[in-house]
Design a protein around this ligand. Structure first.
Ligand code: HEC
Length: 313
């Protein structure tokens, strides 16, 4: 018997296996620390904060001790008007985000600029801090600790911005995790036809310092990474979260009306049974219009969730 064929076959097999082992073992492995964080990554990690999940700062996933993203139109120290600028406020006791605690995450250039120009190592959890995303003359982005460079305290920045210019997006991300939005939605458009509907897929550097990424596992509903760019209407979001069937008659999305809490923006008790009874009349054609969705209170959970969704640009 002649086993020539087997000999050739097994040599090819050994070559393929050996080749692939050589590549795996000897080629330098990919090191995320050498990927520079992008502007998107810096914005995202600064507004989202360190973590969203059960932890000692937030044992019940209520969105406690989370940073705020605020729009400043005046200098908090002098009161002088200035170019509208986003600032990220870490009140006393708020855990600092990944890139501040571990500047290596930011990648070479962003790390160097953030440490030297941005003085991020001077940020102190116990005192609180305010951060900005800055670019140098060559458009290289870095993080600045405005508390060290300009003496902006968290209290002064919050007061100058005012409640209307404050986004509770980080607390909203905790809700996204807690409420299981990721069972249906992804935060990861892919390199497919997704481009046309859901927008650009993220780049590797867009995740540096983000914790956790909430990619989702299996998509049953639209990708939300850029949802704030295609729909920036707070009113639409209110209707849709109170009852998705108000705007999408056949939607399978659950209602999240309980995130409104017991009272509306005027402190009036929300009568959920009455609302549902009127809504059912509307569905049966006994009313021309559905009942009105109550305006949410500024300390309600739904405010945080809508702030989060609208921050996803
Ligand atoms: C059972 C699956 C399911 C769950 C859970 C779910 N959704 Fe949805 N969602 C959908 C579907 C399906 C749509 C598309 C139809 C519609 O607009 O209602 C949608 C639409 C949306 C849209 C509009 C998307 C667009 O492209 O304009 C937003 C925003 C949204 N969901 C946010 C959320 C958030 C936040 C949560 C968690 C609090 C959540 N969803 C939970 C299924 C779900």
């Amino acid at each position: 018997m002649n086993f020539r064929e087997y000999k050739i076959g097994s040599r090819f097999f050994a070559l393929a296996l050996g080749g692939s082992m050589t590549i795996t073992l000897l080629m330098p492995s990919f090191d995320i620390n050498h990927v520079n964080a992008t502007e998107v990554a810096m914005d995202k990690q600064l507004w989202a904060g360190a973590e969203s999940g059960f932890n000692l700062d937030d044992p019940f996933l209520l969105g406690w001790h989370k940073p705020l993203k605020v729009l400043l139109k005046a200098d908090p120290k002098t009161g002088q008007p200035m170019e509208p600028t986003y600032a990220y406020v870490y009140e006393k006791g708020t855990t600092l985000p990944g890139g501040i605690l571990h500047p290596d995450n930011l990648g070479g250039i962003a790390k160097q600029l953030s440490l030297e120009k941005g003085r991020i190592k001077e940020a102190d959890k116990n005192a609180g801090a305010v951060f900005l995303v800055k670019a140098d003359e060559q458009k290289r982005y870095y993080i600045e600790n405005a508390t060290a460079t300009m003496g902006w305290t968290p209290e002064a920045v919050e007061k100058t911005a005012g409640d209307a210019n404050t986004l509770h997006a980080a607390a909203g991300k905790t809700l996204f995790v807690r409420e299981g939005c990721w069972w249906c939605h992804t935060l990861l458009p892919e390199q497919t036809q997704d481009w046309q509907v859901f927008g650009a897929p993220p780049m590797l550097g867009d995740f540096n310092g983000e914790s956790p990424t909430a990619f989702g596992s299996d998509r049953k509903a639209p990708d939300l990474l850029h949802v704030g760019s295609r729909n920036a209407s707070k009113e639409w979001m209110m209707l849709h979260f109170f009852n998705p069937r108000l705007v999408q008659p056949h939607s399978i999305m659950p209602r999240f009306d309980y995130l409104w809490g017991p009272t509306d923006a005027n402190g009036k008790k929300i009568d959920f049974p009455k609302w549902r009874a009127e809504y059912n009349e509307y569905r049966e054609g006994k009313r021309v219009t559905p009942p009105e969705v109550p305006m949410y209170a500024s300390n309600s959970e739904i405010r945080n969730l809508i702030d989060f969704v609208l921050t996803l640009k």
